[in-house]
Design a protein around this ligand. Sequence first.
Ligand code: GLN
Length: 484
Amino acid sequence: MTLPPQCTQLSSISIKTLRRRVEEDPDFLFKYIEEVYRVIEKYEERLRAYITLRPMSDVIREVENIVKRGKLGPLGGALVAVKDNISTRGIRTTCGSKMLEDYVPPYDATVVRKIKESGGIVIGKTNMDEFAMGSTTENSAFYPTLNPWDLSRVPGGSSGGSAVAVAACEATVALASDTGGSIRLPAAYTGTVGLKPTYGLVSRYGLVAYGSSLDQVGPIGRCVEDVAAVLDVISGHDPRDSTSLKVGVGGFEKYVVGSPLKKYRIVVIEEMVSEGVDEKILKTFNSVVDLLSKHDVTVEFRKMPLLHYSLPTYYIIAMAEASSNLARFDGLRYGIRSDVEGKLWVDVYRKIRLAGFGDEVKRRILLGTYVLSEGLYEGYYLKAAKVRRLIYQEFTKLFKDYDAAISPTSPTLPPRISEVITDPIKLYSLDIDTVPINLAGLPAISVPGGFIDGLPVGVQIFGPPLSEGSLLNIAKLIEGGGCG
Ligand code: GLN
């Protein structure tokens, strides 16, 4: 585990160490919390990982009550940073948007409820691209978040705040959401581990919807073990989410062992390591493949030309779903209402949406409405839905022969602030290797594979539905080392 300069030894400990130390001495938890807040005090002004940070006194009071009840649970008092599109009862949930600047949800998302029931403490809500639309966190309506490894660079997005809070030791672990790469891309750019679960493994109840058929909530941690511990807690069936899978889960921690649990057959899809991938990224990627081969894992290459269509397919589907999901923000039921005047309802609606949404959100609502409109629907949305099906089928065929696949998480190193934000095509291209996974509903993890010029490089491992155990096991082989 290589950490950025903001971290101290105490603020960087793992959940397991925290749990053990607190069992020996309950006061250790208070020392840990104070240390994390010291890091925040020192660096948060520059990094800006949080939109809402709970005062330390509130967190301490909550912990005192839990300690009194004598039950800390499997998360052992871990400080959990929660992306600001995941509902938290009594804590503002803005989605990085002016539209919801003052919105305080009356209920907890299922994942938040589970975290609390397992001894996790919500420390704050993290910065993000508005409504999770973006790859750099520069689309936040409030301010950008900076990369702790190099303050002139972006941390990736849309969950940049969650990844930075964890990387810079301003939290123990984080919850984030991933529609097309929003957990994995920031994990890759900040040197953290991020897991997007199989579609339906983790409840979406209380997650503000972007592209409902693609969205999943997942963990970001400083090591594979912490990610497994959080996945254990948040996964499982939820009757409140109609797409939730009815599968028995848990026990992910037992996959984090540092040796292969079986003789894995891993595939590299050639299209993911050719065109447009930075040479330096490829060098790190190849060294990871060599490392796996030493573990008696077979790695083979296969072609999948259909992947060429995944980026346009993703953006058509994501925008179409977003245009429908975001129709609810009418200023009447949620968010800003202000003193907008208008004779007709449609005037009020127009004024509120004009003021409440940023440019990227407007662009996507317009394009999404366009691809769904009469006469165009067949050529865009329906066609994209068909290509999506084909991509799913290709992956299903591929995973008859292989246990998992491996690729770079991002084709480039983290861009500099302002470098890609004005060029939507460049911006969207950062997601080239992450979006196919969401289209097919597969699980994927990004794990640090090495460093180039002082910047972290992420490697993505993905596999068939519900293969999270194998992915964690393989990620651990790549991660090596301990967990702090
Ligand atoms: N960058 C992608 C988008 O803007 C993915 C975002 C996400 O996963 N939420 O749609």
